[in-house]
Each structure stands twice: as structure tokens, then as C-alpha cells.
Design a protein around this ligand. Structure first.
Ligand SMILES: Nc1ncnc2c1ncn2[C@@H]1O[C@H](COP(=O)(O)OP(=O)(O)OP(=O)(O)O)[C@@H](O)[C@H]1O
Ligand SMILES: [Mg+2]
Length: 284
């Protein structure tokens, strides 16, 4: 089975990227346990805020062991560094079994590393050894393709330096969009950027938008419904999922000792919508 690499990305901040990436990874891992003989799922956090560790309740371990995807990007090809920076998210002893779910976390260190990577591209030695910012993720993470069935990448709101590398490494892009007009503008900008890269080199930048997810949909608001209709007009109906309702459960889950939404509120309205989205991506 070929690994599916899914980037969760949008130009806009605070639209539900981190939430969606965490829920997708958790849901895909469950689907793998049920239907694919325990195949493995990895979350890659590319945001120096490192919130995926909070979503799954492993922040203390990540800090104690100084784990960071930045360490891996600086040492492409070093399999020991790669494996040593990946943490299991299984918390079975606390009643949260996640035997096939792993995280390559981020920390503030990622900010310094991305600066260093930019400097390296301008150095002649780097040019000689074939170093390219466009392939830093593929160069560092490709060994994981034999280990994981799904790799979900949580992108920061400002991708900048790593944008080209993400769209080189990822197969699919999932775009969460808050149901307000400004967020829709941000999503269009994001998708325009991606199309421009595809035009530049369709083989190198192979990522395609596979799903647009309206998020934080208020229960009674005409405007939000109009925004979803505008999304469907822009992306096409098939690409836009059912909207994820605004719900306090989504905020409470990480605060409740780092439980995932499916663990904290499995029968809530946002869980039901996300479960359908997980199924679509699992089968898609
Ligand atoms: N469906 C929802 N209902 C209510 N709150 C939500 C929902 N989805 C996300 N949130 C909350 O909105 C806030 C922003 O979400 P999140 O961190 O996932 O966005 P983000 O796009 O990753 O932000 P950033 O751009 O800072 O990385 C969080 O507090 C999160 O708990
Ligand atoms: Mg985020």
C-alpha cells in the first residue's frame, strides 16, 4: 500500500488546521486498526508552536527529550536521528490506547532551523552537494514511507520557507476554512499559491487539494451558509465537505488531559462530521 502524505494547510491563522490534523490522524489510526491490520499513522508538526503535542497530551515528554522535526531536517539521511525524534502517542496505561499512532513534534528550535536552511541554500558547498530547499522534507522524511500508511502534516499559518518542500512531499492538501468571508479570501490565496507552483513544475509539486473543510460553523447564521456556498462555487461541490459545527467539545478535549476529540466526545456533532471526513480520506 502506497503511503498517503496529507498536508493540512491554509494561509490563514486560527482556522482549525491543528485541530483537523490531529483529528484526522487519530481517526485514520483507528481506521487502520480496524481495517488494515494495524498499519501506522504519523503526525508531523511543522509549526514551532508545537501544538500537536498538546492535542495528544505528550507535551512534557516532547520537552524532556528535546524532540523536534528541526533536528531531522538538519540531518537528512541519518536514520537514527529520524527515529529518535519520533514519539509514540500510545497512552494505554491512562486508558487512551493509540498503539499505531506516532508524532514527529515541533518546538521553537524549528524556527532557527528554517533560518539555517535558508542560509544553506545560498552557500556554495550546499549547492554542490545538491541541497535544495524544495526537497528538504522529502530528503529527510522519505525513509518513513515504508513505516507509515498515512503521514499527516500540520502546517503553520505562514508556510513561507517550507511551502515548496511541503507541496513537493505531500500527495494531498486538506484545507480547513472558517466560515467567514476573510477566511475564504485566505483559502483562495492559499490555493492560488499552490496552483502557481503546480504550473511551475507539476511533477515536482505534486500535491493536489483533496478536500476543503468548512470549520467552526455557527449553528444559526445565514452568512456562514453563504460562505459555504461560495466555497462550493470556487472549489467545486465534490471538494467541499460537510461543515464542522462550532462546538465547545473541540476546545475542551485537549484541555481534558490531552484527549483527542474522538476520545473525549465520541458522540458529539463535530465527532460525527469528522468521522465521515476520516472515512472519505481513508477510502479516497
Ligand atoms: N469546530 C470547532 N469548534 C470550536 N472551536 C474550534 C473548532 N475547531 C477549532 N476550534 C478552536 O479554534 C482555535 C484555533 O484552532 P486551531 O489551533 O486548530 O487552528 P490553526 O489553524 O491550527 O491555528 P494556527 O494558525 O495558529 O496554527 C483552537 O482554540 C481550537 O480549539
Ligand atoms: Mg495550528
Amino acid at each position: 500500500m502506497k503511503t498517503k502524505v496529507i498536508a493540512v494547510a491554509d494561509n490563514k491563522g486560527g482556522v482549525g488546521k491543528t485541530t483537523t490534523a490531529g483529528v484526522l490522524a487519530d481517526g485514520l489510526a483507528k481506521m487502520c486498526r480496524e481495517h488494515r491490520n494495524g498499519a501506522n499513522v504519523l503526525v508531523v508538526d511543522l509549526d514551532p508552536q508545537g501544538n500537536q503535542a498538546d492535542i495528544f497530551g505528550v507535551r512534557a515528554d516532547v520537552l524532556a527529550e528535546r524532540l523536534c522535526v528541526g533536528n531531522v531536517l538538519m540531518e537528512p539521511g541519518d536514520l537514527r536521528v529520524l527515529q529518535n525524534n519520533i514519539i509514540s502517542l500510545d497512552r494505554e496505561e491512562e486508558g487512551l490506547p493509540r498503539p499505531n499512532l506516532y508524532l514527529l513534534p515541533a518546538s521553537r528550535n524549528l524556527e532557527d532551523v528554517t533560518q539555517d536552511l535558508v542560509v544553506m541554500t545560498t552557500m556554495r558547498t550546499a549547492q554542490r552537494s545538491g541541497f535544495s530547499l524544495d526537497t528538504v522534507l522529502a530528503d529527510a522524511l522519505s525513509p518513513l514511507l515504508t513505516q507509515f500508511d498515512f503521514i499527516v502534516i500540520d502546517c503553520p499559518p505562514k508556510l513561507d520557507t517550507l511551502k515548496r518542500a511541503v507541496y513537493n512531499f505531500a500527495d494531498e492538501v486538506v484545507v480547513p476554512v472558517k466560515t467567514d468571508h476573510v477566511s475564504l479570501v485566505g483559502a483562495r490565496q492559499h490555493t492560488d499559491d499552490l496552483y502557481n507552483l503546480q504550473q511551475e513544475d507539476p511533477r515536482k509539486f505534486k500535491a493536489r487539494v483533496s478536500l476543503v473543510i468548512p470549520t467552526m460553523q455557527p449553528s444559526r447564521q445565514v452568512l456562514a451558509t453563504q460562505v459555504v456556498e461560495q466555497m462550493e462555487a470556487f472549489y467545486g461541490r465534490d471538494l467541499v465537505s460537510q461543515p464542522v459545527p462550532e462546538s465547545v467539545y473541540v476546545k475542551e478535549a485537549p484541555a481534558a488531559g490531552g484527549k483527542t476529540l474522538f476520545e473525549y466526545a465520541p458522540s458529539s456533532a463535530p465527532s460525527a462530521v469528522y468521522a465521515a471526513i476520516v472515512e472519505r480520506i481513508f477510502n479516497g
